[in-house]
Design a protein around this ligand. Sequence first.
Ligand code: B12
Ligand code: SF4
Ligand code: SF4
Length: 315
Amino acid sequence: MTTAHFHTQDAKQALQHKAKELGFCEISFAKAEPLQTEAKQMQEWLNAGHHGTMGYLERNMDKREDVRLLLPSAQTVIVVAYNYYTPVQHESNTGKISRYAWGDDYHEVIPPKLDELINMIRALYPESESRRFVDTAPVMEKQWAVRAGIGWQGKHSNIISRNHGSYFFLGVILTSVEFEVDNPIDDYCGTCTACIDACPTQAIIQPHVVDGTKCISYWTIEAKPDVEFPLEIVQHLDGWAFGCDVCQDVCPWNRFKKPTQEVRFLPRNEETTLNISAIENMQQEEFSTRFRKSPIKRTKLAGLLRNIKYLKNDE
Ligand code: B12
Ligand code: SF4
Ligand code: SF4
């Protein structure tokens, strides 16, 4: 027993080391057990309709609650964080792209890195089973990040780390290997309400709860191209063309951020805002080339044109 225990400790250290090498700023471990309270809270959020047209969030609630339905042998949930902060500001107040979308899509960058961690687990434990997720399955990534102690859930509902602020992506590995788990950390929001006060559309309806249907990120990224924005959103769009960073930009925990090591997250063509007339005159082919492997391709050209139409009308 003792030898086996020491062995997994060594393996954990080796994984921590490898994760740093791959550029992850955090890696923590949680026990694979049901997320009862969290799933109940999510169900309340869904019942209130805060997910709008993101119908996929309603499905697979059983798997969200219990990840063992995704990997029956799962014993440990490994959570990683990847910093995407670059020390650059928006060049203009209109056509703003949110930070996470300045470079390549994290769905392209992070999975191969997780595969390397899984290869290492497999080499150490040939009989083991592991699966990885980066927003690719019904996994409550933020809630696992809290359980594993990556950080706490800020009042804007994103995960904040004391060392790295909140500009990082999350990734999850489920594994049958039983690792020693880490502890959750305290909530360091204290009496601060900067994000709630600054949100242009008052989407943070109570601390830790974002009504998706009021969030600029939801409208500019998730709304289908033929859907028009409600007036309250149009009036408070604040120049955002894709996503929104206001609640994180005002957060004191993002003041001392260190830049990312990943060049693929740097702004493409050094652009942090979109040139509105360039987009208006863009043909499909140019859109496909310019936004290949970028999160922005998600809106399609028609969605982006819809988004900037409101900005144009704003001027
Ligand atoms: C759906 C989704 C969205 C939706 C809904 C936002 C939301 N708050 O969940 C929209 C499109 C609006 C969105 C926007 C953004 N997203 Co998003 N999104 C997701 C996704 C796919 C699922 C999240 C989910 O299940 N939400 C459902 C709700 C119910 O979850 P929740 O907000 O955590 O709600 C909990 C709390 O309200 C809690 N609660 C209720 N009362 C209380 C009280 C207390 C005290 C506490 C602690 C908690 C609590 O109960 C709920 C359930 O546990 C995840 C990836 C994934 N698979 O997990 C990425 C993810 C959350 N998004 C991410 C990012 C980067 C963003 C944006 C910053 C992008 C941008 N710049 O525009 C914005 C941020 C907006 C915001 N303030 O939340 C990252 C966040 C990384 C991080 N550091 O936390 C994730 C994890 C993707 C990733 N793999 O990195 N997103
Ligand atoms: S992303 Fe923007 S709109 Fe959404 S909650 Fe944060 S500040 Fe509000
Ligand atoms: S701005 Fe303040 S309240 Fe909001 S997440 Fe950051 S510390 Fe918490």
